[in-house]
Design a protein around this ligand. Structure first.
Ligand SMILES: *Cc1c(COP(=O)(O)O)cnc(C)c1O
Length: 384
């Protein structure tokens, strides 16, 4: 049998937690498929209880939750928002949409998170917020970042798309910022295909968040009997997902312990079994500080060069294993350059984006599949 007869091992394979069908049936029987139905309420309660957050609101995506944070901060053209260049485009787009100017910071070479030592130099009188991204769910240096924010009167937002179930120094990721955003996209640990959540830790944003999420109306207050009719009170959009998606999501959230155990097992197998191969070829594995508890969202390799990274992708593909690179520096993108981004602005980001390779890791990854991935990796001799 040639390698090409083996089934392809994908980078990500969406999986069912078990009760999705049953809960879909319940939505049909409830006759409440629009937003904020019984399953949405269950998801809100579960997220609030798990995080100990005053408010969790499901959204149609993490992108939309980020847009809500920009609206809630009342960002105006000319305002500046500091964020890493090494992140997904939605982190920046949400603020650019409001006319705010992104100011990109480089990342730390160890955790690949925003380098907190560089933030203070980027602050100007126009700075309004710092947006952090816990890359691979490994916490940013929140002690330092919160201190900077407090001293300069800035709001901290966590793009916690990778970080649900992670902790930094014993505190859950998603509970540090005034607000945090979650993603339930198909590629994340917990998924409903497309979905997200806005976590509100600073209660001053709760009332307006409900209004913005409901097309700028006080409909949520109306349904709670707090006002006798509902009307247009602010700007807003439609950021609430159907209860059909919430039902799917609830099934996944309920299974989170099993999902996390499976991912932890796969992550640790990679980390242990690839260690000697990696050190022989000067290939770096993820660094997780001992005060960070990670949610096993991602396993990556850092290859010494772009050429070697591309060679490994091709080598794995020839053995029916799909591996992928990740973020390209936002400051060097077409839009990033329009905001003044130049080569050399964020040297660590520029280097890491060429070196990083993500390996298959998903909820129902079997040991047999992972063995095949690891054998394929170990048959790669970068010196040839
Ligand atoms: C996945 C992701 C998003 C976007 O999530 P969606 O739910 O697809 O909008 C935003 N930021 C980061 C860091 C992500 O990984």
């Amino acid at each position: 049998m040639s390698d090409n007869d083996l089934p392809m091992i994908p980078f990500n394979r969406p999986s069912l937690a078990g009760k999705e069908q049953e809960y879909f049936q319940a939505v049909i029987e409830n006759r409440h498929a629009s937003g904020d139905g019984p399953f949405t309420r269950k998801c809100h309660q579960m997220l609030q209880e798990y995080l100990g957050a005053p408010k969790a609101l499901l959204t149609t995506s993490c992108t939309h939750a980020l847009e809500m944070t920009a609206l809630l901060l009342d960002l105006q053209p000319g305002d500046e928002v500091i964020m890493p260049s090494f992140t997904f485009v939605s982190t920046v787009n949400a603020y650019a949409l409001r006319g705010a100017r992104p100011v990109f910071a480089d990342i730390r070479p160890d955790t690949l998170n925003i380098d907190e030592r560089l933030i203070e130099d980027l602050i100007t009188p126009q700075t309004r917020a710092i947006v952090v991204v816990h890359y691979a769910g490994v916490g940013c240096e929140m002690d330092v970042i919160l201190d900077i924010a407090q001293r300069h009167n800035l709001t901290v937002i966590e793009d916690n798309a990778h970080g649900l179930f992670g902790q930094y120094k014993g505190q859950k990721l998603g509970t540090f910022g005034a607000m945090a955003t979650q993603s339930f996209h198909e590629t994340k640990n917990i998924s409903c295909g497309e979905g997200g959540a806005l976590i509100i830790n600073d209660p001053q944003y709760i009332e307006r968040a409900e209004i913005i999420r409901e097309k700028g109306t006080n409909r949520s207050q109306f349904f709670r009997g707090q006002v006798d009719k509902y009307t247009w009170v602010d700007i807003g959009s439609s950021y609430l997902p159907s209860d059909i998606l919430a039902a799917f999501l609830y099934a996944q959230l309920e299974a989170s312990e099993t999902i996390q155990q499976n991912r932890q097992r796969s992550w640790e197998r990679y980390n242990t079994e690839l260690e000697s191969w990696a050190s022989a070829y000067n290939i770096r594995l993820p660094i997780v500080p001992d005060y960070c508890q990670q949610p096993y969202h991602m396993f990556y390799l850092l290859l010494p060069t772009l050429e070697m990274r591309q060679a490994l992708i091709a080598h794995l593909k020839a053995q029916q294993v799909l591996s992928v690179f990740h973020y390209q520096p936002l400051h060097l993108s077409v839009m990033g350059k329009q905001y003044g981004g130049r080569e050399g602005d964020c040297p660590v980001t520029e280097r890491i984006s060429d070196q990083l390779l993500r390996l298959p890791l998903f909820n129902n990854f079997t040991d047999a599949e992972q063995d095949r991935v690891m054998a394929a990796i170990q048959s790669f001799n970068p010196e040839k």
